[in-house]
Design a binder for this molecule. Structure first.
Ligand SMILES: Nc1nc2c(ncn2[C@@H]2O[C@H](COP(=O)(O)OP(=O)(O)OP(=O)(O)O)[C@@H](O)[C@H]2O)c(=O)[nH]1
Ligand SMILES: [Mg+2]
Length: 327
C-alpha cells in the first residue's frame, strides 16, 4: 500500500472506533487467503491446495460499525529458491514491519514445522530492530481435526513456545491465540473481537463499501491463475504467470478479456494447451464463471499461452507482472 492511500476519512464515528493494519502471515498453505475472503465475505484472493499460491501483498478492507481493519494477506513464508520467491518472502517481512497487529496463522492439525521455527526466528530478528506489535496466533482449520485429536489449547502451547522470547508472562497482551476455521467461519467472530481489542483508536481510511484496492483486471488474472493451479500438476503451476492485456466492457454489457498465460519452457506450453487445446479450454471454462461473479455480468474470455524463459528469475519480467522488485 502506498503512503498516499492512507488518509483518514472525515466522518462521524463512534468515539471508541478503532482501526489499523493487520498483517496476515504464515507458512504457505495454512489458509491465509481463505480467511481473508471469509472475513470480507467476498473473494479477492485466490486459494489453492498447492503451496505458494499468493505472490504479493493483497489489501482487504473490513469495515464494521466500530472498526476498520486493513487486512494484508501475504505470500507464505518459505525458503526461497528464485527471485520471485525472495520477493514473496520480503513482502511478508515488510508487511509485518508496518503492521499494527500480526495475525500468524498456523494449522491446528499439525505441530510446528521447520518453517514455523524460521518464522519465529524472523519475528525475533524484527523484534530486535523494532518492538513488534501484538501477535495473535490463529490456529486454523479446526474443522478438519479428527475425533479425539488434542485440544487447540495443547497445540497452542506448542506454538506459543516459539515466541517465549517475547516474555508473554510479563506482557500478557503481546501474544494471544484462538482456534478458527477460515473455511467454515467457526471462531472467526471471536478472532475479530481479539483483533479489535488490540487495535489503536483511529478513523476509517477507506469508504465503507470498498473491499480492496486491487484492480478488477488483476483479480481477473488471478482467477485465471487459480484455475491453472488447480488443473495443472507438478512444477507447471508455479511456472505460470497471467497477464490481462485487454479488459473492456462493451456496449452490450459484455466484458471482453484477453489474457496471456506465460510459462517458462516450450514443453510447458504444450501442457497448458493440452491435446488439441483441451487444457486451455478447461482453464478458460472454469475461470469464466468466477470472473463473471467478480464483474457481475457476462464475460467473453480469450486465453493465449506464451513462453517467457525463466521469467521467475528475471527482474524485468517480474516488474512487468507487477511484482515491485527493488534492487
Ligand atoms: N479444512 C480446512 N481447509 C482450509 C481452511 N482454510 C484453508 N483451507 C484449505 O487450505 C488450502 C490452502 O488455502 P490458502 O488460503 O490458499 O492458503 P494460503 O495460506 O493463502 O497459502 P499461500 O498463498 O500459498 O501462502 C486450500 O486448499 C484451502 O481450501 C480451513 O479453515 N479448513
Ligand atoms: Mg494465499
Amino acid at each position: 500500500m502506498t503512503e498516499s492511500a492512507i488518509r483518514p476519512i472525515d466522518e462521524e464515528l463512534p468515539p471508541d472506533h478503532r482501526s489499523g493494519v493487520v498483517a496476515v502471515i504464515g507458512r504457505p498453505n495454512v489458509g491465509k487467503s481463505t480467511l481473508l475472503n471469509r472475513l470480507l465475505g467476498q473473494k479477492i484472493a485466490i486459494t489453492s491446495p498447492k503451496p505458494q499460491t499468493t505472490r504479493d501483498q493483497l489489501l482487504g478492507i473490513l469495515t464494521k460499525e466500530d472498526m476498520q481493519i486493513l487486512l494484508l494477506d501475504t505470500p507464505g513464508i518459505h525458503a526461497p529458491q528464485h527471485k520471485l520467491g525472495e520477493y514473496m518472502v520480503r513482502v511478508a517481512q515488510e508487511t509485518v514491519e508496518d503492521a499494527d497487529l500480526v495475525l500468524w496463522l498456523v494449522d491446528a492439525n499439525t505441530p510446528p514445522k521447520d518453517e514455523e521455527r524460521q518464522i519465529a526466528a524472523l519475528l525475533q530478528r524484527l523484534h530486535r530492530k523494532k518492538p513488534l506489535p501484538p501477535i495473535i496466533i490463529g490456529l486454523n482449520k479446526v474443522d478438519g481435526r479428527p475425533a479425539g485429536a488434542g485440544l487447540p489449547q495443547e497445540r497452542a502451547h506448542e506454538y506459543l513456545a516459539l515466541l517465549a522470547w517475547l516474555n508473554p508472562d510479563e506482557n500478557p497482551t503481546a501474544v494471544a491465540w484462538h482456534g478458527l476455521s477460515g473455511l467454515t467461519g467457526e471462531g472467526v467472530n471471536e478472532l475479530l473481537a481479539l483483533v479489535r481489542e488490540r487495535l489503536p483508536l483511529g478513523p476509517r481510511y477507506f469508504p465503507e463499501d470498498q473491499v480492496t484496492d486491487l484492480q478488477v483486471r488483476f483479480i481477473a488474472a488471478e482467477l485465471i491463475r487459480e484455475q491453472a493451479l488447480r488443473l495443472l500438476q507438478q512444477e507447471v503451476p508455479h511456472s505460470i504467470a497471467v497477464e490481462v492485456d485487454e479488459f473492456s466492457v462493451r456496449d452490450d454489457g459484455m466484458t471482453y478479456i484477453s489474457a496471456v498465460i506465460y510459462v517458462e519452457r516450450a514443453s510447458q506450453k504444450g501442457i497448458v494447451l493440452g491435446q488439441k487445446g483441451s487444457m486451455i479450454k478447461r482453464i478458460g471454462q472454469a475461470a469464466r464463471p468466477e470472473i463473471e461473479k467478480l464483474v457481475e455480468g457476462p464475460v467473453y474470455l480469450e486465453l493465449w499461452v506464451k513462453v517467457w524463459e525463466k521469467w521467475r528469475t528475471r527482474e524485468g519480467m517480474l516488474r512487468r507482472l507487477g511484482y515491485a522488485i527493488q534492487n
